[in-house]
Design a protein around this ligand. Structure first.
Ligand code: PHE
Length: 461
């Protein structure tokens, strides 16, 4: 069962200090590589404007409902996911629901750190003046397949996370990130204005904002929904755990709205830095648009080098991305460590060390999957892609479904409404009820089935 032990260090023992404490901690977990690295490449790959529209609709209906629910479940039970599910229902199905929420971060965290390692490499590269080299065609592909360096930087990223957690300085990092977040926004605005004013960039802006139904496929919805979970740190127990520290007097609806806006703003800004640049620098080449995980690492260096003051801007940019990634990775790791110490009764220290070893082992498969382990494919996917797929497109829909069922069947919408109405007008009640009762279960089942069938090549979406 959950105990006080599992509290993330981002909080103090009496819970979050005031309202901004929770909003900032949740925003620091939410804003990360998902916004800056993952959102632009998915938006570029899965249809541009049509992806954006679907993403926004999902964030403000279903994402809103889930974020409200998870925080409230945490606040009502004061427990992390496994314990929280148990407190409402004692069936096997609901125990499974708790577990699947708790297990998702175990899959995400190792490969998140691999990307974190790529960011560290670029940060070091800008510090040592490799600005030109990193903007060259083929640089990134060559780098990630070079085995040793990516592996080393990945391990450094894992170690940094562990040092922060074991050293108990999470609060310090959170404070730094509070200062960094506004700087990140300012820098993102500057770089995106620069990208958007390059010759040819207008095509990119149109591609990103004007929905074109011809670019739509079932994958647009599947990827938009996976991204929504990922970006808002939903369907993985994190917000339940955070909710367990939220004060009973807090207006949950208001905080949820702030987190959604902030997270979406950063994602859109990141899209504006990257997508118009793809059009300006490569004429909207479909191969670049479909570059997937490498997109940010290919496009941003080109933008930076053409800016003239690429080296200092590069240092600042990758430093901010690094911090955003580190705070998110800390919250992922904290959740896993909390689950291990609660469920297995291990000390925090032991849980952290065992988890570190596990993350290095699984993450190495993902990192080396671009090099020596290039032949290791799981249902036709590279290890990193597979871990991303299995967590975002399979486990998270199941985890989210478990939350919907818990809310609708076991807790009841009425009890939820009472909880929200304690201190909020609950203005979006109809959206909430509709999302939890109909939209979410329906969408989740369709998405789950279609993504699994397509992964096995049974249908093409
Ligand atoms: N939401 C984070 C991001 O966008 C990723 C993350 C997921 C962090 C889950 C913590 C927990 O990068």
């Amino acid at each position: 069962m959950a105990s006080k032990e599992s509290k993330p260090k981002t909080t103090n023992n009496s819970g979050f200090t005031g309202k901004m404490g929770y909003v900032m901690a949740a925003a620091a977990s939410a804003v990360g590589l998902g916004n800056i690295w993952r959102f632009p490449y998915l938006c570029a790959k899965y249809g541009g404007g049509i992806f954006l529209v679907i993403y926004l609709v999902l964030v403000f209906t279903f994402g809103y409902a889930l974020l409200m629910s998870e925080t409230a479940i945490g606040r009502m039970t004061r427990k992390s996911p496994i314990g929280a599910f148990k407190s409402f229902s004692n069936t096997k199905a609901s125990a499974f629901g708790g577990w699947i929420n708790a297990l998702v971060p175990f899959i995400i965290c190792p490969y998140y750190a691999v990307i974190g390692g790529w960011v560290v490499k670029y940060l070091v590269g800008y510090c040592t003046g490799e600005t030109q080299a990193m903007a060259a065609d083929g640089y990134f592909g060559g780098y990630i397949s070079s085995n040793l360096q990516p592996e080393l930087f990945f391990i450094i990223f894992v170690l940094l996370t562990m040092v922060v957690i074991l050293g108990g300085v999470v609060n310090g990092v959170e404070k730094v990130s509070r200062i960094m977040m506004p700087i990140l926004i300012v820098l993102a605005v500057i770089v995106s204005i620069y990208s958007c004013t390059r010759p040819g960039a207008v095509e990119g802006i149109k591609y990103m904002f004007i929905p074109n139904i011809h670019n739509f496929s079932m994958m647009t919805i599947v990827s938009a929904m996976g991204q929504m979970f990922y970006s808002l740190s939903l369907a993985m127990g994190i917000m339940i755990t955070y909710g367990s520290y939220v004060d009973k007097n807090q207006d949950l609806e208001d905080s949820t709205t702030k987190i959604e806006f902030f997270d979406t703003l950063i994602a859109i800004l990141a899209g504006l830095m990257i997508i118009p640049a793809v059009f300006a620098f490569s004429g909207g080449d479909p191969d670049t648009l479909n570059a997937g995980p490498s997109l940010m690492f290919i496009t941003i260096p080109k933008v930076l080098v053409s800016m003239g003051f690429g080296t200092p801007a590069g240092i600042l940019f990758f430093l901010l991305v690094f911090l955003a990634a580190l705070t998110s990775n800390i919250s992922l790791t904290e959740t896993c460590v909390g689950t291990l110490s609660d469920e297995l009764g291990w000390s925090r220290r032991k849980s952290t060390l065992v988890f570190g070893v596990y993350a290095v082992l699984l993450g190495s498969l993902a990192s080396l999957g671009y090099g020596v382990l290039g032949d290791l494919k799981i249902i036709g996917m590279q290890v990193l892609d597979f871990l991303d797929f299995i967590s975002n497109s399979v486990m998270m829909p199941i985890a989210a479904l478990a939350i919907c069922i818990l809310v609708v069947r076991n807790i009841g919408l009425k009890t939820m409404a009472d909880e929200f109405e304690r201190n909020s007008a609950f203005k979006r009640k109809p959206v909430y009820n509709f999302s939890m009762k109909y939209l979410a279960p329906f969408a989740l089942v369709i998405i789950l089935i279609s993504s699994v069938l397509s992964a096995f090549g049974i249908i093409s979406i």
